[in-house]
Design a binder for this molecule. Sequence first.
Ligand code: PAF
Length: 280
Amino acid sequence: MQVFQQISEVKTYILSQKQQDKTIGFVPTMGALHQGHISLIVQSKKECDISVCSIFVNPTQFNNANDLSRYPRTPELDIQLLEQVGCDVLYMPDVKDIYPTTDTRQFNFGYLDTILEAEHRPGHYNGVGQVVSILLKGIEPDKAFFGSKDYQQVMVVKSLVDQLNLPVEIISCPILRENDGLAMSSRNMLLTLEERKIAKLVPKMMEESREIAKKNGISAAKSYIHNEVAKVSIMKLDYYEVCNADTLEPLTALKPTQQAISLIAVFVGNIRLIDNWMID
Ligand code: PAF
């Protein structure tokens, strides 16, 4: 695997591959890689000739300085995992390579800017828009692969690509789960043993709330989640919503013709976990 720290080096490499008619797949990450990330590389390798991964903990998407400083960083392990899966290129820039000057761009993601993650983490998706646009413009991949655990992020990135007219296909990939159902996340490694035991309740609640929504309606599902979270002292609900899966507009009732999705953000101790489940 080639490891580059500067975008100019990545560009030279990509150009030489494109001159040989190779297609480029790209997986942007913030490192602390887990099997969910690795599944994105596997997908990229299936669909493209060359796979590029980036690791960059993007400061502009953190709306909380503590969250940024404690974000897990495991570069040696990340490199090992990427080597093992056969990733071709790792781009590991420092802040100056991504932001030689302060990025003052403000994106407008419309309705997506006002709900769920955007409402609870103001400025988060603007920072995602900044870094993803810089990465996509620098690497110029044919396809970029994103996990659907952050379902809203995939929609935001699709909107970004449309707005900037970037010639890249955004591929949304399924959530990978631990054996007990917890959605894989770099943040899981920050959980204490006690918190990790509690965290496994999240997918259980989501599964049960899906059944309740189907049987008794969305407001019953919401009450269930609020009550269950309230039972656990170290859990705090940020939001739980059932939305139209195409637009993320909140639903009050399920309709057979409309795919619905339930989305949750919940603190276990100080660690904020997100998850989503399709309601079919
Ligand atoms: O999903 C993430 O890990 C980040 O938001 C991303 C897309 C790598 C941008 O920093």
